[in-house]
Design a binder for this molecule. Structure first.
Ligand code: C5P
Length: 395
């Protein structure tokens, strides 16, 4: 419930992507927000107000002269007390009107008379989006402080392919949630590792561990929400990549290290969440090991410590490590922080965190230890981001 207590006005304008706005309504409500839908007349040709009324549980407004609003000021009343107005889909015509401050119907009037942020998710044919007039309008809207979500590149209803596709409802919801997060890391570049590694023994077998990648993915998302540019080097996990995060897949510790070294130079912050295998088989046999009756001996060699290596670089980014311990968390975690020479380490007891949605962690830094109350991983990730920003500021 990432939008609990938020009041959102959803504007729907005329475009085929209007059918996706129905799903968007569900998703926004599922996140705990209350939602008021307003449509342009053109939008009602694609989806009826009844659909949105049924999904949002509230009357839908399409007309600025709607007599249901007691003082007949729908354009003022509907957005008062709202935390944001979101327009999805936003047509080329709507963007043009918005850029010029026109106010000839309910939705444009609402946008002009608002006292809350405005976010728009454009949706149109690629040539309409690429047209200098639309680009000019979009640039003007950005200057005016309007948040422009997308558009994405891809297949379009007209059969063409290119820029102009509306973001998917789950991506719009992710952007809406991100909008409400403090921009602690605005302009920062963050590199993360997450998930387990897989150390091959032969073409079909390997050594891995039970890391789900959830904490690393939550942190990648929290960093992005806080305004950072995020690159995530990920071991094998079954998780969707957070919206607007660049993911690079890495299987083994060696390939993870190679990817980290390729990207670290351009990073301000490095967060090592991956459960990197300490050891890997010395040789990976080319053919599958056959069962001969004599159990094979697999010689292991040590993997490089990626975090320690990054922390020792001459121009090291701000480094954050993780420690999963099964006992004596305080001693082991602080010892690890000092050994790896990193300013911040996040410690947790494996039985309290591994694989689940929630976790309990303690932050260790020069100021001491700071236990965080057990919470969902995304919530903890946001608190860790706030601590990183605080430590960076006080450097
Ligand atoms: O030494 P240990 O594995 O307990 O340290 C855990 C921390 O170090 C985590 O932040 C992990 O991502 C990082 N690490 C690493 N490379 C390794 C081993 C651990 O980056 N080979």
């Amino acid at each position: 419930m990432e939008l609990s207590g938020k009041r959102i006005v959803l504007g729907v304008t005329g475009g085929i992507a209007a059918y996706k706005a129905a799903d968007l309504v569900r998703q926004i409500i599922r996140q705990g927000a209350s939602l008021q839908v307003a449509m342009t007349e053109a939008a009602t040709h694609f989806v009826t107000p009844v659909t949105f009324q049924a999904l949002s549980g509230r009357p839908v407004y399409t007309d600025q002269w709607d007599a249901r609003v007691a003082n007949n000021m729908a354009h003022i009343d509907l957005s008062r007390g709202a935390d944001a107005i979101l327009v999805a889909p936003a047509s080329a015509d709507f963007l043009a009107k918005l850029a010029h401050g026109m106010a000839g119907d309910l939705l444009t009037t609402l946008a002009l008379a608002r006292n809350c942020p405005l976010l728009v998710a454009p949706a149109m044919n690629r040539q309409m989006w690429d047209h200098p007039a639309t680009q000019r309008n979009a640039a003007q809207l950005r200057r005016d402080g309007v948040g422009i979500l997308g558009p994405a590149v891809g297949e379009q209803a007209c059969g063409e392919s290119g820029h102009g596709r509306m973001l998917e409802p789950d991506e719009i919801v992710a952007e809406l949630i991100a909008h409400f997060q403090p921009k602690h890391l605005a302009g920062k570049r963050v590199l993360l590792t997450a998930g387990p590694t897989f150390e091959a023994i032969d073409p079909v077998r390997g050594i891995t561990n039970l890391s789900s990648g959830r904490m690393g993915y939550a942190l990648a998302r929290a960093c992005r929400e806080a305004g950072a540019t995020v690159t995530l080097i990920s071991g094998p996990v079954h998780l969707p990549c957070p919206h607007q995060v660049v993911r690079i897949d890495a299987g083994s510790a060696l390939s993870m290290r190679a990817e980290v070294m390729r990207h670290v130079e351009h990073s301000d912050i490095f967060i090592a969440v991956a459960a990197v295998a300490d050891y890997r088989p010395e040789v990976v046999t080319e053919q599958k090991i056959k069962k001969t009756g004599v159990p094979p001996t697999i010689k292991l060699v040590e993997n490089p410590d990626i975090l320690a290596e990054v922390a020792a670089l001459p121009k090291a980014p701000f480094c954050v490590g993780f420690a999963a311990e099964s006992e004596h968390l305080g001693e082991h975690a602080e010892a690890k922080r000092l050994r790896k020479k990193i300013p911040l380490l996040v410690g947790n007891l494996v039985h309290e965190s591994l694989g689940g949605e929630d976790a309990a962690v303690t932050l260790f830094d020069d100021a001491g230890r700071h236990p965080l109350a057990p919470a969902p991983k995304l919530e903890l990730a946001r608190q860790i981001v706030a601590r990183i920003a605080h430590l960076l500021e006080s450097r």
